[in-house]
Design a protein. Sequence first.
Length: 202
Amino acid sequence: MGKHYDNFGMPSSMKREFDVYNRISELNIDLGSFNEDVVSLKGAGIAGAVIHESGLVYMSGYTAGDVVMSDDDSVIKKGQDSGEEAADVIIRRLHWVLSAGKEGDLNDVLYTIKALAMVVSPGGGEFMNSPQVANGFSFRWHSVFGGGMGAYANDGVDKGGFSGVHARSALGVYVLPNNIPVEIEAIFELTEKLWVIYKNII
């Protein structure tokens, strides 16, 4: 577990009972590398992530997929796969946000606060399954951080905890950049000790 997470004052019933990285390994999620994923802000128009002094981490959106959404079950499944891809990439980005300074890692995430899923909905609003598509992200997140709809849940209960369960909005939109069908962004909370360390570093 994270060195800052273990000592954080919260009810034991709310704490994760597993190492996030064990699940990431079992789920075959690629965490990339320092050289690949940690880049300079020189010339950047936006940041991939921002750590606020409140302890919240705001992650920019990630776009995924190449299939126009429809009510066909196989197409919705492809949309869910895109949501899962977005989850994997945001996990990788968050890993490097927290570990690049060698002070924290994904085990120091207290909660997942909120996810926003935007799904291109063709037909002038005829496509009504944006929430189902967004489940691809949410359920993958449950699998990694704990939640009743994840791969490690049994009858709606994850014995490792529920820190991956989050508030979420799933919006149907007219278009996304480059005609990508799905974009997802998320907000997380860190342990107080860790964000204070980052605040002092910055």
